[in-house]
Design a protein around this ligand. Sequence first.
Ligand code: AMP
Length: 427
Amino acid sequence: MEQRPSGAKIQAIRGTRDILPPDSSRWLWLEEKCRGVLTRFGYSEIRTPIFEYTELFNKGTGETTEIVQKQMYTFVDRGGRSVTLRPEGTPSVARALIEHGLLRGSKVMKLYYFGPMFRHDRPQAGRYRQFDQLGAELIGAPGPEGDAESVHLHVSLLRALGLRQFAVKVNSVGCPECRPAYSGIIREALKDRVGQLCEDCVERLQKNPLRILDCKVEGCRRIAASVPRISGSLCSDCSRHFEKLKTLLESIGIEFEEDPGLVRGLDYYTRAAFEIHHGRLGAQSALGGGGRYDNLIALYGGVPTPAVGFAAGLDRILLAVEEEGVTIPIDTGVDAYVVAVGEATRDKCFSIAAWLREDLKVELDLGRRSLQSQMKTAGSAGARFAIIVGEDEMASGVLTVKDMTTGQQEKVPEVDVSGYLKRMLGK
Ligand code: AMP
């Protein structure tokens, strides 16, 4: 077990990061933009806990997946129950819908979430152990319009952030009707090449052969390319569904590429699977991915309900935003800085700032600094106005308001200052 050297300075855990200002305002911008798009698509926010009973992921995400086998932060809590920091959001959403009795008849529901996910993977650029996802789940929509809308939503989110250099990949992973036959075809095609597969793929060949198509090991990739494509094995319903999805995407001008190797890492997908990759992110290029999961809710004991959704990685989206040179409008400016001339006026400045802050962005000196350095700070904070409060101003109730861009000064009665500033700032 890895131990932290005793006596060493405590640092953030490997694979986790602090997001400091002004970088944190990029995150706010991202969330705000995304919430706008999600609202236009009719989605409401759901917030679920960041830890759940381990069996939720074992069962839903799947025992044979990389996430469950190798990446979960699982521990026994003080009550002796095995709990896990969520590695993904969809199982929690499905659990919450069942737990709160929200699945009724053919009602369509649209839910989104933002939040941290946890996976114990090898950290590298664009891959962290704690990272943030935005997920969007469309519940109760059985047809390909649901899949198409989900892809469209993901694309719209990226476009709203100013991104252009991404590519959409789609595939169908079949359903419990047709997938077993295709699994048999993979086993048959690879039966003489087992020795050339990586250790994980040898196991996958027994438990979940489709996942061999997704293996990142170069040798396995070459072998996987020789396997017949799933498109030839889809049942007629899956095939029709997939064809319709593609037609719908074309009808709204979404370009995509069909990728037969796209099977996604999770067990619960049925039919459509999709991913969006960015051209300039190197090895970790997936911005997001998702697909249909018609059997997940039933697997948890809920009323069988079709569903489709995706999760997008916000850390990587911000890297892509940087790569494409998108300008993020960040308002760091201050409307007014209240400047104390001498110690005796500090309390007055404190109360002026307090009431001006009901409408305006106002700063004042909390560092007990000299008049000169207060004026300097007002300038470097980008304050449009300085409100100068000396003993004369205190006695007369008329304040000096200095326009920091023109250098001009005005005498403004204290009671009128808020109105004056709002007029001048166009607020
Ligand atoms: P997944 O459901 O695993 O495909 O994850 C959806 C998206 O989350 C991916 O396309 C990535 O953008 C992001 N993501 C997944 N794992 C990580 C990670 N370890 N670090 C950063 N982002 C990640």
